[in-house]
Design a protein around this ligand. Structure first.
Ligand code: OFO
Length: 166
C-alpha cells in the first residue's frame, strides 16, 4: 500500500511525463514542417516513450492500491527558433525531469517505501541516458553550426540515435 505522500508524488510524476510527451510531440511536428524528417521521427519516438513512462507509473500506482490520476495537459510551444534551440529545450526539460524524479526518490526514502524506491531506480537510470544523449546531440550541432550540408547529414543520422533503450 502506498502512503498518501508517495501516491501524490507519483501522480505528479505522471503529469510531468505526460507534459514531456506533449512537448516532444510539438517539437516533432515543428521539425516535420521544416523538412527535418530525421529530427521529427526522433521526437515522435521520444514523445511515445514519455507516454510509456507515464503509463508505467499509472499501472504501478493502481497495482499498489493507489489511484492514478490522468492529468490535464499543458499547451506546449509550437514555434521553435532553430534546431539548436529545440535540443537545448530538450536538455533543459530532461534536467528538470531528473530533479523531479530525485524528489520522488527522496519522498520514498523519507516514507520508508523501499518498493517504490526500487521501482523509481529505472527512471533514475533512464535520466542519465536521456541527458547524456541530449548533450551529445548538442555537441554535434555546435560543430555543425550553420553548415547546411552538415545539418542535412545530421538529420539523416539522428534516425539511428535512440532517445532511450527501453
Ligand atoms: Fe525523458 O523522461 Fe521520462 O522519465
Amino acid at each position: 500500500m502506498l502512503t498518501k505522500k508517495v501516491e501524490k508524488a507519483l501522480n505528479k510524476q505522471i503529469e510531468i511525463e505526460a507534459n514531456a510527451s506533449q512537448f516532444y510531440l510539438s517539437m516533432a511536428s515543428w521539425a516535420e514542417t521544416k523538412g527535418f524528417e530525421g529530427v521529427a521521427s526522433f521526437f515522435y519516438r521520444h514523445s511515445d516513450e514519455e507516454r510509456e513512462h507515464m503509463l508505467k507509473l499509472i499501472k504501478y500506482i493502481n497495482e499498489r492500491g493507489g489511484h492514478a490520476i490522468v492529468p490535464p495537459l499543458e499547451k506546449p510551444p509550437k514555434i521553435f527558433e532553430c534546431l539548436s534551440h529545440v535540443f537545448k529545450d530538450l536538455l533543459n526539460h530532461e534536467i528538470m525531469v531528473t530533479k523531479e524524479i530525485n524528489k520522488v526518490v527522496d519522498i520514498c526514502l523519507k516514507d520508508k517505501d523501499y518498493t517504490t524506491h526500487n521501482f523509481m531506480q529505472w527512471y533514475v537510470a533512464e535520466q542519465i541516458e536521456e541527458e547524456a544523449l541530449a548533450r551529445h546531440i548538442l555537441d554535434k550541432l555546435k560543430l555543425i553550426a550553420d553548415d547546411k550540408g552538415g545539418l542535412y547529414l545530421f538529420d539523416r543520422d539522428i534516425v539511428n540515435m535512440n532517445p532511450t533503450k527501453n
